[in-house]
Design a protein around this ligand. Structure first.
Ligand code: S3P
Length: 443
């Protein structure tokens, strides 16, 4: 477990108008992928804007354990000397991925078609999460896998000497499953194919192309069919990591719900496979403008200008869930400050994130005076234009639950507390000072 074992209670108080610039950290998904691809490429990959949160640092340590040379050269600036596809060496110790589902699942894929044995562990949250969704398809390549009851960590993978390519239809919309298979497919001969019923974030595909792999996506009657030609020579790249739209969601939400606010959030990724929250907020009537739209590091980015204003509840369709899967906790907070119900459909995957996010948000928001209903795969927040507050929420080692309740407290009548803010270090180490600079009162 990487973040401090000491719980860190935090409280957010009703704040005056938030103003200024919120330069949020680099994208977590792209940061993990940049390190892993750098480790699998030949030559020196340079990365700027890397998210230096605990999740990504755990991936950097893992890449060192597999034989890559990973060096921090400045703030967010890293170099990776890769070992080439199939070049991972066997780590001497266990690979501890801390709190990171993305880290562990992608790294499992990256090593499963190399003849080395690796044991993966993680913190209490990660040890509760399902891994069979990734280890089942990885076994099809020929690797041998043992796991704890229910396919949980610790997991040991004996990578195969003789991988065979795989054709796999993902049972749930998950970029982590897709990406684990594609990383494994890099060292399998022939073509590895992943079929997704619904598109999920496509950073792996974009970055594989950037590093020189032959990968293509076709939309057919089966869905999104992604085909990767195995055994490419990946060429080292310069990767400029755009800012994370999932982290941007927290200051954006704060500006939307705290009266009088106006903030600017520069250089945020607007990748359409990550854009669902922003589409939803515009439907709710949010005052957000996208300026200076451009391309950086193979991703579309824009500067966001966000102003407080009235919001109305909306119904979020199930087919949008994948493009905003990490943003439902903060949307459920924003929905309390809108008028009318906001219905979130097709969100069952939230139950297997760092915590059961439907349960964690429903319980915490109800304790703070909201009317929330939930089923296995929906959550409905009956917005009344405000929130009473006054209660402590339990964060269950989940960074996004912690940040969501702290944002809620900035606009609630009474302060809102969280039992433990320490998981915020996994994805947004600068959250507290950044929010304080905008004018938020968080202690
Ligand atoms: C991620 C994919 C998503 C998301 C996670 C990051 C990724 O998980 O929740 O935070 O980088 O591929 P699933 O693909 O399992 O939904």
């Amino acid at each position: 477990m990487s973040h401090s074992a000491e719980p860190k209670p935090m409280t957010a108080h009703k704040s005056g108008a938030l103003t200024g610039e919120a330069a949020v950290p680099g994208d977590k998904s792209i940061s993990h992928r940049a390190l892993i691809l750098g480790a699998l490429a030949v030559g020196e990959t340079t990365i700027t804007g890397l998210l230096e949160g605990e999740d990504v640092i755990d991936t950097a340590k893992a890449m060192r354990a597999f034989g890559a040379t990973v060096t921090r050269t400045g703030e967010g600036a890293w170099t990776v000397h890769g070992v080439g596809v199939g070049g991972f060496s066997e780590p001497e110790g266990v690979i501890d991925c801390g709190n990171s589902g993305t880290g562990v699942r992608l790294i499992m894929g990256a090593m499963a078609t190399t003849p080395i044995t690796t044991t993966f562990t993680g913190d209490a949250s990660l040890s509760r999460r399902p891994m069979a969704r990734v280890t089942d398809p990885l076994a099809l390549f020929g690797s041998e896998i043992t796991a704890r009851e229910g396919g949980r960590l610790p997991v040991t993978i004996k990578g195969t000497t003789d991988p065979v390519p795989v054709r796999y239809k993902t049972p749930v919309a998950s970029a982590q499953i897709k990406s684990a298979i594609l990383f494994a497919g890099l060292n399998a001969p022939g073509e590895t194919v992943v079929i997704e019923a619904e598109a999920t974030r496509d950073h792996t595909e974009r970055m594989f192309t950037g590093f020189g792999a032959d990968i293509r996506t076709e939309v057919t009657a089966e869905g999104h069919v992604i085909t990767l030609k195995g055994r490419p020579e990946l060429r080292a790249q310069s990767v400029a990591v755009p800012r994370d739209p999932s982290s941007a969601a927290f200051p954006v939400a704060a500006a939307l719900i705290v009266p009088g606010s106006e903030i600017r959030v520069p250089g945020v990724s607007r990748n359409p496979t990550r854009d669902g929250l922003y589409v939803t907020l515009l439907e709710m009537g949010a005052d957000i403008t996208f300026e200076n739209t451009r391309e950086e590091g193979g991703e579309p980015v824009a500067d966001l200008v966000v102003r407080h204003g009235p919001l109305k509840g909306v119904s979020v369709p199930a087919d949008r869930a994948a493009s905003m899967i990490d943003e439902f906790p903060i949307l459920s907070v924003i929905a309390c400050f809108a008028e009318g119900p906001t219905v979130m459909n097709g969100v069952a995957e939230l139950r297997v994130k760092e915590s059961d996010r439907i349960e964690a948000m429903a319980v915490g928001l109800r304790a703070n005076g909201a009317h929330v209903e939930d089923t296995e795969d929906t959550m409905t927040v009956h917005g009344t234009g405000g929130l009473k507050g006054g209660a402590e929420a339990v964060t269950h080692l989940d960074h996004r639950i912690a940040m969501s309740f702290l944002i809620a407290g900035l606009a609630s009548e009474q302060p809102v507390s969280v039992d433990d803010g320490s998981p915020i270090m996994t994805s947004f180490p600068d959250f507290l000072p950044l929010m304080q600079r905008l004018g938020a009162t968080i202690s």
